[in-house]
Design a protein around this ligand. Structure first.
Ligand code: NAD
Ligand code: IPM
Ligand code: MN
Length: 357
């Protein structure tokens, strides 16, 4: 019934392998629910540097802006590690996020019942499941602050500035409070307010916003404690809202609690419904090209696309249920494999999920 144009940036390493499976799943959803998804492929990251000497070609940005949403695999890899900073593959990702105005990154960490034993924590710590949403600020902070080299006390020194405006803080906190209203109504603002001025501004804005959302309980936690609490008692968290860099680090930690980084999807959103959807993992050079990557994070990311950009709730649910089903049937990629389960490759996992749609 609907027609949706999706820009696809496969990227590097396992990026093309996992996006291919996510596209297969979208096609299956399209066939089942009578939607037409069209895909426009664009280059970004290392492959774009190789093809045209630029990590984020103008055509790619234009393709994204002309689409209803964007799906991204992953960028980067050792081949381009010595490229100058301004043209590193990762710069493409930062450029896309900032040029597309995608300041709000939702990273949900859920434990599937069937994967309870893939969680490295003791069973009692995660008994009854886990459902955390990390809301990561995505276009500000130290990732986008001034950086460079200057003469310092001991000679040349490098610097990277963490800066946040009230406007940037307010809009991400608003998203966190709004989304908490749809969940367990708990927001934990993770920061380093015992040291950082930016964190103290986050706290001030959060305190102000609390009165607008009287039903939401707001707490504050230092990021070092939060990293520890995530493995001591992760179930205490509902929504964790935090800065760009803290969110990056904590979401990798949270993903492992769910069994693997290959499971955790993300949605990058701005003011409207346009979004970019990508697994939180990277290009995994160590397993690239070997049909070993777990495509579930990429597949769940397009599920988030259906939900957040296209408001196709039952279609998004169909993807989540299909993932649940294959896991319940004991199908596993190497990252979550254990004795007694069935080992599948990237392609076979994608196909199994398609069959469950
Ligand atoms: P990574 O996430 O690529 O890999 C970390 C570890 O997790 C590796 O052992 C890898 O094999 C494993 N892993 C990751 N995804 C997996 C999956 N889907 N299935 C199974 N195992 C998986 O992180 P890294 O090694 O620190 O970074 C590699 C490159 O990726 C770097 O160039 C980095 O900058 C880039 N990167 C890109 C993104 C992105 O494009 N969104 C995100 C993170 C890292
Ligand atoms: C992520 C990645 C990126 C980030 C890198 C590749 C720039 O780690 O999406 O989590 O730090 O945002
Ligand atoms: Mn990361």
């Amino acid at each position: 019934m609907g027609e949706y144009k999706i820009a696809v940036i496969q990227g590097d390493g396992i990026g093309p392998e996992v996006t291919q499976e996510a596209i297969g799943v979208l096609k299956a959803v399209g066939a089942k629910f009578s939607h037409t998804f069209t895909f426009e492929y664009a280059l970004a990251g290392g492959c774009a540097i190789d093809a045209c000497g630029q990590c984020l070609p103008a055509e790619t940005l234009a393709a994204c802006k002309g689409a209803d949403s964007v799906m991204l695999g992953a960028v980067g890899g050792p081949k381009w590690d010595s490229v100058p900073n301004a043209q590193r593959p990762e710069k493409a990702l930062l450029g896309l996020r900032s040029e597309l105005g995608l300041f709000s990154n939702l990273r949900p960490a859920k434990i599937y019942d069937a994967l309870a034993d893939a969680c490295p924590l003791k069973a009692e710590i995660v008994a009854g499941g886990l459902d955390i949403l990390i809301v990561r600020e995505l276009t500000g902070g130290i990732y986008f602050g001034e950086r460079g080299y200057r003469k310092g006390k001991y000679g040349v020194e490098a610097f990277d500035v963490e800066a946040y405006s009230e406007v940037e803080i307010r809009r991400i906190l608003k998203n966190a409070f709004e989304v908490a209203m749809q969940r367990d109504r708990k927001v934990c603002c993770v920061d380093k307010a015992n040291v950082l001025e930016t964190s103290r501004l986050w706290r001030k804005v959060a305190e102000e916003m609390k009165s607008v959302y009287p039903l939401v309980s707001l707490s504050f936690m230092y990021v070092d404690n939060a990293a520890m609490q995530l493995v001591r008692n992760p179930k205490q968290f509902d929504v964790m809202v935090t800065s760009n860099m803290f969110g990056d680090i904590l979401s990798d930690e949270a993903s492992m609690i769910t069994g693997s980084i290959g499971l955790l999807p993300s949605a990058s959103l701005g003011d409207g419904t346009f979004g970019m959807y990508e697994p939180i993992h990277g290009s995994a050079p160590d397993i690239a090209g070997q049909n070993k990557a777990n495509p579930i994070a990429a597949i769940l990311s397009v599920g988030m696309m259906l939900k957040y950009s296209f408001h196709l709730e039952k279609e998004a649910e169909a993807i989540e249920n299909a993932v649940k089903m294959v896991l319940e049937q004991g199908m596993r990629t190497p990252d979550i494999y254990s004795d007694g389960t069935t080992l599948l490759g990237t392609k076979e996992m994608g196909k199994a999920i398609v069959e469950c749609i």
